[in-house]
Design a protein around this ligand. Structure first.
Ligand code: FAD
Ligand code: 2HG
Ligand code: ZN
Length: 426
């Protein structure tokens, strides 16, 4: 359970939910948006990996910022603990209660508020699902600056709160660059209007940056203003096999997905380019592949011939997490490391764990971000003892980050000192 993972006891200073609290919430939110139904709570208490589980008796579904503010103000006055929840796709146990916290899910706050077709600035509520925003922008000829495998469920507010990286970071940069403004509600109910749409604003501290990646610890994000990008006409996608870094053994777990390249190598890389010169862009990518083949860096490669083939390539990459989920228990580490070191930790762990588990390395090579996934039949303490603190110490020794893009959550809240000096934490 999440409480044993965190090795903490419920803080007795927090009160327990009483029926008068539920009545208050029903009064401000309406009966329907105060969820006490056991089945729905079971889902909301359980994380995506089914690894972390809380025992909340209540989920609240506010419809606007004012309701979020009222909820938080009341919880603050009654000392009721809360946990903000978005699409519940987080991979570090942060989106579900540790004990009996009240779950606040902003999923009903899912409206696009404005879109400026000249600047590309989109302003929306935090509960918008990433894929819905992408679909909306597509009709306007724009794309979101971020994309990730969980797009069908994750919320933009969740993305901001975890500072999600994803598959386009190398092209469009991190959310610290693309998020132009936020609205958030602090634990005492105060609303912080930081919802600017300006590209430049140096009037004092840029408070919104503290919220990006704060995992709900500073308040609930209710609105997001984000810079989107024009959709470019030429998109090229190459799937290459090579003798370098990225392991793709996990392909074996993907039902019905054929390996697009005929040779079977240990390493695969997916490269997407976007531009506006269709012939030129393609020729450039082809020339790059040819040169890499000649130099012996690449052993095989294909460029997607059409959009269907391109999405089938992306499905392979985006489906790894789900495939591993089906394969059994999975210990996940999300590391930033100097690129040249990335694969050494995979090899080290293979040696260390032997046939106790399958060690997989994949991720975002261009960002220096390794997803080290250790797959076993079931979770067990002996295996965990061999992995931790080994992985954290290894990462710390190389001045890496123990959370590149997923956040600390419950899983790593107590491990922050592996990546930050004490003075910067206390
Ligand atoms: P949740 O999981 O609901 O919550 C995550 C954290 O944010 C929790 O701490 C929660 O309390 C807090 N939170 C949520 N909403 C709010 C809010 N409105 N205000 C304040 N706090 C809030 N992550 C990546 O970075 N890159 C990837 O490529 C990637 N791919 C993934 C693929 C799959 C298949 C899956 C399952 C996950 C993937 N993730 C990835 C992890 C996850 O999708 C992201 O962390 C995502 O940003 C979480 O969004 P969410 O809405 O689901 O948030
Ligand atoms: C990805 O890049 C996600 O696919 C998930 O960040 C990584 O499951 C993982 O470890
Ligand atoms: Zn990732």
């Amino acid at each position: 359970s999440s409480s044993s993972a965190l090795k903490v006891k419920r803080n007795p200073l927090f009160s327990s939910l009483e029926s008068k609290d539920v009545s208050f919430f029903k009064e401000i939110l309406g009966e329907r948006n105060v969820v006490e139904d056991e089945e729905r709570l079971e889902i909301a208490n359980t994380d995506w990996m089914k690894k972390y589980k809380g025992c909340s008796k209540l989920m609240l579904l506010p419809k606007n910022t004012e309701e979020v503010s009222q909820i938080l103000k009341y919880c603050d006055s009654r000392s009721l603990a809360v946990v903000p929840q978005g699409g519940n796709t987080g991979l570090v146990g942060g989106s579900v209660p540790v004990f009996d916290e009240v779950i606040i899910n902003v999923g009903l706050m899912n409206k696009v508020l404005s879109f400026d077709e000249v600047s590309g600035v989109l302003v929306c509520e935090a509960g918008c699902i990433l894929e819905n925003l992408a679909t909306f922008l597509d009709t306007k000829g724009f794309v979101m600056p971020l994309d990730l495998g969980a797009k069908g469920s994750c919320h933009i507010g969740g993305n901001v709160s975890t500072n999600a990286g994803g598959l386009r970071l190398i092209r469009y940069g991190s959310l610290h660059g693309t998020v132009l403004g936020l609205e958030a509600v602090k634990a005492n109910g105060n609303v912080l209007d930081m919802l600017g749409t300006l590209r430049k604003d140096n009037t004092g501290y840029d408070l919104k940056h503290l919220f990006i990646g704060s995992e709900g610890s500073l308040g609930i994000v209710t609105k997001v203003s984000i810079l989107t990008q024009p959709k470019l006409s030429s998109v090229n996608l190459a799937f290459i096999a090579c003798k370098d870094f990225l392991s793709c053994q996990v392909l074996n777990h993907l039902d019905g997905v054929r390996n697009p390249v005929s040779s079977s190598e240990n390493f695969y890389i997916l490269i997407e380019t976007t531009g506006s010169g269709e012939t030129y862009d393609r020729e450039k990518l082809e020339a790059f592949l040819l040169k890499s083949l000649e130099q012996g860096l690449v052993s095989d490669g294909v460029i997607a011939q059409d959009i269907n083939q391109a999405s089938s390539f992306w499905r392979i990459r985006e489906g790894i997490t789900e495939a591993l989920q089906k394969a059994g228990a999975c210990y996940k580490y999300d590391l930033s490391l100097p690129v040249e070191e990335i694969y050494n930790i995979v090899n080290d762990l293979r040696g260390r764990l032997g046939n106790l588990a399958n060690v997989m390395g994949y991720g975002h090579l261009g960002d220096g971000n390794l997803h080290l996934n250790i797959s076993a039949a079931e979770y067990n303490d002996k295996l965990l003892g061999l992995i931790e603190p080994y992985v954290y110490e290894w990462t710390s020794k190389h001045r890496g980050s123990i959370s590149a893009e997923h956040g600390l959550g419950v899983m790593k809240a107590n491990e922050i000192l592996y990546s930050k000096s004490p003075e910067t934490v206390s």
